[in-house]
Design a protein around this ligand. Structure first.
Ligand code: ADP
Ligand code: ZN
Ligand code: ZN
Length: 738
């Protein structure tokens, strides 16, 4: 007689294996366990924290003849992730052909991933004793500390650190006050009781276009619908979001708002806080583990009404989800570029579908992919063509750099315009998407160039905080050679413009004005960006100079002249998405101008003044550009008209790498017959990077189901027999080919 079957559960283990694993549990454990709970299991020689994905029905025949291992421990009483998120994660793992265990892992806060207890405590700050007479005098020198102190004076029972952070009071400030023995911190258990959401300030009167958008969205709040809110910069998209949010929040539902990495500024948070009196959970990659866990729990328990975060907030469990907003939907930071390469925009649409709630994608420069969804009837197109308030769109001009006389890389006409703008008391924004001093260092005599030994790339010359060469691709740093290594000539010359060099030039040309540089280097210190923004908001003529950090989200009300110095690389790139990115960048930068009462002007310096993208943008605007691009993609059978998957591989040996990919491709071509088009394998645009050779191949198909069917099967096989010196990755709907 057979032994009765043991009680079994199926778990996802965080390892790079696509399958889930079955374990044995006791009868008691079986009745306690639900899907979404964490358990610890023996796996190989290790112990892993795994998530239960399924309780196996007792009469299901065992799938293996081996004796199942027993789990070690059940970690939770209640599921951490609900059915809905589990479904979303399972779907994502299948769609992106990525191991479920690792997908689930990436969706959990680190502390839970590590097996820590769900119950947690948090920090609360309070004044020490009754404040001394001269306390405020002591604080006179630090405005931040004084404000923090006053805030806590007004809340004598103490305030949670997370709340203080949301109010713009940093932990550093609090710790400084603690040192002065004015504040003390306590550990308190977290109270997840919800708070009723209220409107803290009145809504603006929607203008006609905003009202038309609202009229489309508001009657259908209880079902899934996807919208593309396509509105020029300053047209009042945010006001539309806020008004839809209020209708949802009023019904005690939660709202998920996703913004690009750099879009999560104190200004964005302040705008939500000004409008709504409710719990806001903030989730982004810069948070420490315990803060992240706290915010995640606020969302997961239903306490937070608004969950505001970057890409990684997408998989947060939200029990009463009533609306998803994804702002600046064209932004590339919504696509994860390593490991589990999901696109938050696409997953957000599916999440809305599962949760039966609307999803609003907003942008001034919607992606070509989203326009295609509009054409297919999958998104409703809502347009805002007027700037809200009085502001008007700027005028754009192209300056031919081939014929224009220049100084410090700036054409003389541009220099005159900058002068005039400053004289009128207005601000200038100079955009150059290249940090450092110069992109190339070259020998004057023999044309030797300083190249990174590990990459197919030039070193960038940096002069701050000291002179050095820096490879922006692998991070390698070297000192400058004293002379040319090839011909011993003593003079090495910087070629081309970086932001630091332009800063030098602008300071020489306009010694009486501030030149504020905004790039990754100048904003490395916490708070430095905030300081710069504060200066920009003071109504004083100045020059703002920076990389694409300036092209996103921020409003510069006093900027009336925008100069775009060099976008030629984007015009020349072979990547089929390069025109889209370049057009978005130009339109976004241009949109920073003329937000206030005066009309802005945009000057674009280029060596390619005849380029068709520039003319379409100038004469007809971004939407016409998008229409044309869609037609071109259709003619060329490129995404979004075909589905695509990119297989990347890298290895120390160039030929070995290419041979392996070529060999693997044969099987796929044979299996899939005509249904998949295989481009490549070819060396990647930058073949050598950090000492390794990179290659890729692009798979294209008309039929998504067939493409996934063949590739899924093939990929699992390729992965299993790939030699260990070859690193492989799969990218579904790739956005970049680097
Ligand atoms: P977007 O998000 O499209 O860039 P915003 O929502 O930030 O635009 O709006 C730009 C400016 O116009 C903001 O200062 C906002 O307060 C103002 N604004 C938006 N809608 C209205 C309205 N209906 N009436 C008056 N001002 C508005
Ligand atoms: Zn030389
Ligand atoms: Zn390098």
């Amino acid at each position: 007689m057979n032994n009765p079957l043991p009680f079994r559960i199926r778990v996802a283990v965080p390892v790079p294996i696509h399958e889930c694993f079955d374990y044995e549990v006791s009868a008691q454990q079986y009745s306690d366990i639900q899907a979404g709970i964490r358990v610890t299991v023996p796996f190989g020689r290790q112990t892993c924290v795994a998530i239960v994905v399924e309780k196996i029905a007792p009469d299901t025949p065992q799938s293996t003849q081996f004796k199942l291992k027993k789990i070690i421990q059940v970690l939770d009483e209640q599921p951490l992730i609900d059915q809905h998120i589990l479904k979303l994660l399972t779907w994502s793992a299948q769609y992106y052909i990525y191991p479920l265990g690792e997908v689930i892992q990436s969706a959990l806060p680190t502390r839970l991933r590590q097996g820590h207890s769900y119950d947690c405590i948090t920090t609360q700050w309070q004044l020490t004793t009754s404040p001394l007479e001269d306390t405020l005098k002591q604080l006179k020198r630090s405005e931040k500390q004084r404000l923090a102190f006053e805030y806590l004076q007004a809340h004598p029972h103490g305030v949670l650190e997370s709340e203080l952070n949301l109010q713009g009071i940093s932990t550093t400030t609090l710790k400084a006050l603690e040192k002065k023995q004015l504040l003390e911190q306590h550990e308190v258990p977290i109270d997840f009781s919800p708070k009723k959401t209220a409107l803290a300030e009145n809504e603006l009167n929607a203008n006609i276009e905003q009202q038309q958008a609202l009229d489309q969205i508001l009657p259908l709040l209880h079902n899934y619908a996807g919208y593309l809110l396509d509105g020029i910069t300053g047209s009042g998209k945010t006001e539309v979001y806020l008004q839809v949010m209020w209708q949802v929040l009023k019904q005690n539902k939660q709202v998920l708002v996703l913004v690009p990495e750099i879009g999560l500024t104190p200004q964005t948070i302040a705008r939500f806080r000004a409008r709504f009196d409710c719990h806001i959970a903030l989730l982004h990659s810069g948070m420490n583990d315990s803060k992240r866990l706290h915010a995640w729990q606020q969302a997961q328990t239903g306490q937070a009404s608004i969950i505001l975060g970057t890409r990684s907030a997408l998989y947060t469990p939200i029990p009463n989800l009533g609306l998803i907003i994804l702002d600046e939907e064209h932004d590339l930071s919504f696509k994860q570029q390593e490991g589990f390469r999901y696109h938050a925009r696409d997953v957000a649409l599916y999440r809305g579908y599962l949760a039966k709630c609307p999803v609003i994608l907003g942008s001034a420069t919607p992606s070509i992919d989203s326009f295609a969804l509009v054409k297919q009837g999958k998104l409703k197109h809502l347009m805002l063509n007027q700037r809200a308030g009085h502001a008007r769109m700027p005028q754009m001009h192209i300056l031919d750099l081939k014929i224009a006389p220049k100084q410090h890389g700036l054409s003389l006409i541009l220099i005159e315009k900058i002068k005039a703008t400053l004289q009128q008391g207005q601000q200038v924004l100079v955009f150059l998407n290249r940090r450092g001093y110069a992109p190339v260092l070259m020998c004057e005599s023999c044309a030797w160039q300083a190249n990174c030994p590990r990459c197919d790339a030039h070193f960038t010359l940096h002069t701050q905080p000291y002179q050095h060469l820096h490879c922006h691709h692998c991070g390698l740093i070297q000192t400058l050679p004293k002379q040319c290594p090839a011909c011993q000539h003593p003079t090495l010359k910087p070629i081309g413009l970086g932001t630091v060099k332009v800063e030098e030039g602008l300071k020489a040309l306009f010694p009486d004005h501030d030149v504020l540089r905004v790039d990754k280097d100048s904003t490395r210190h916490v708070g430095s960006l905030e300081k710069i923004y504060a200066q920009i908001h003071a109504e004083k003529p100045l020059i703002l100079l920076g990389t694409q950090m300036l092209a996103k989200g921020h409003h510069f009300p006093h900027v009336s002249l925008v100069a775009i110095l060099d976008i030629d690389a984007g015009l020349l790139s072979v990547d089929f998405r390069a025109p889209e990115r370049t057009a978005q960048l130009i339109t976004q930068v241009a949109g920073r101008a003329g937000r206030g009462d005066y009309r802005g002007e945009v000057i674009l310096q280029t060596l390619r003044p005849e380029h068709p993208i520039l003319h379409t943008l100038l004469e007809h605007g971004y939407r016409t550009f998008a229409e044309q691009t869609l037609k071109e993609r259709e003619t060329a059978c490129l995404p979004p008209y075909r589905y695509s998957i990119l297989i990347r591989s890298d290895a120390k040996n160039e030929q070995h790498n290419l041979d392996f990919l070529t060999q693997s491709a044969k099987q796929l071509i044979e299996d899939a017959q005509q249904s998949i088009d295989v481009w490549g394998p070819i060396p990647a645009p930058m073949q050598r990077k950090a000492g390794k050779y990179h290659a890729h191949m692009l798979l294209l198909a008309n039929n998504r189901v067939l493409l996934h069917h063949y590739v899924q099967h093939w990929w699992k096989q390729v992965r299993s027999f790939a030699p260990s010196d070859i690193r492989l990755s799969i990218d579904i709907d790739p956005q970049e080919f680097g």
